[in-house]
Design a protein around this ligand. Structure first.
Ligand code: 13P
Ligand code: SF4
Length: 311
């Protein structure tokens, strides 16, 4: 890329010329979030991808999110700034092992977190996100046993909240599993008025020291209206960009890991996307998400169920 190129102006020109929409997750760099047409949590982004009339979607998030956009909007070109932007939860759950697990539990309904591959979605009954899972579970028949993959911390949280019979896949998010309850408590003692907001991908020890637990959008709403001026944020730290924009007078601390630092709260996969790669994806219309129509249709079914059942 020509170092003199005005990236922002070029992105604006290209998105207009190509009738493209830029969708971004809250875990993206602030400059990407600021250029996006829409920023949201996984459920909001899925809904937006399904409803847009753009010809092209530039998905600034991780690959499984861009795949969801392609599954819901197959006629559109869906590009992602960096095709290597994966997810530790997706990696933990390979389709062949998942299939064997499902077959070993024939009486269970398979609820799968959206953080998984299209192949695993295609083998699931219903997809859920952190903002919709509890509601969807509470609307299932009371005696229906549940298989939940791939996040064992989110699964255990839902089990505690709903009291349901659930078998959990042993996956974890490499970001949320690194926060330290001890260091969060120490930080809180230095800022006694601070409230702790956590994502349900965190282990139980973090949930126990939290004042609010929710999806990224839910955490943002909490921070917006909670009666405090200080918050400890136990989720990927780039969400603080939105918090600071929304509430410039409040103070936010990224939750620390066991070394007391907060380097663990950056997702290395989300961090692969940059403004330069976003520009190139828009310019080159690549890397694009491609998938067979057979796989797309099988993955579409449980995603449509999510969109029907979610609040
Ligand atoms: P939500 O934005 O749906 O809360 O998901 C968080 C996440 O882990 C995305 O990878
Ligand atoms: Fe996956 Fe965790 Fe990164 Fe989200 S934050 S994309 S769950 S590794």
């Amino acid at each position: 890329i020509d170092p003199h190129l005005d990236l922002e102006a070029e992105i604006n020109r290209l998105r207009r010329d190509k009738n493209a929409i830029i969708l971004a997750h809250y875990y993206q760099e602030g400059e990407i979030q600021d250029l996006a047409d829409f920023v949201g949590d996984s459920l909001d982004l899925s809904r937006k991808a399904a409803a847009t009339d753009a010809d092209m979607i530039v998905f600034c998030g991780v690959r499984f999110m861009a795949e969801v956009a392609k599954i819901l909007s197959p006629e559109k070109t869906v590009v992602i700034p960096d095709a290597d932007a994966g997810c530790s939860l997706e990696d933990s759950c390979q389709a062949d092992a998942f299939k064997i697990w499902r077959e070993a539990h024939p009486d269970h309904i398979s609820l799968t977190y959206i953080n998984c591959s299209a192949e695993v979605k295609a083998l699931s009954d219903v997809i859920v996100t952190s903002s919709s899972a509890e509601y969807i579970i509470n609307n299932l028949p009371k005696d229906q046993p549940i298989l939940f993959a791939p996040d064992r911390h989110l699964g255990a949280y839902l089990q505690r909240k709903t009291g349901r019979d659930m078998v959990l896949w042993p996956g974890t998010c490499i970001v949320h599993e690194q926060f330290s309850a001890r260091e969060i408590t120490r930080l809180k003692s230095q800022h006694p008025g601070a409230l702790v907001a956590a994502h349900p991908e965190c282990p139980e020890s973090i949930i126990e020291v939290s004042d609010h637990v929710g999806s990224t959008s839910q955490i943002l709403s909490f921070v917006h209206s909670a009666p405090s001026n200080e918050f400890i944020v136990a989720t990927e730290q780039h969400i603080i960009h939105q918090m600071q924009k929304d509430s410039p007078d409040k103070t936010f601390y990224a939750a620390p890991g066991s070394d007391g630092g907060c380097s663990c709260s950056s997702c290395p996969y989300m961090g692969l996307n940059t403004l330069e790669k976003m520009y190139l994806a828009l310019h080159n219309e690549a890397p694009a998400i491609v998938m067979s129509e057979d796989l797309r249709l099988r993955a579409l079914k449980p995603l449509e169920r999510m969109l029907e059942l979610a609040p």
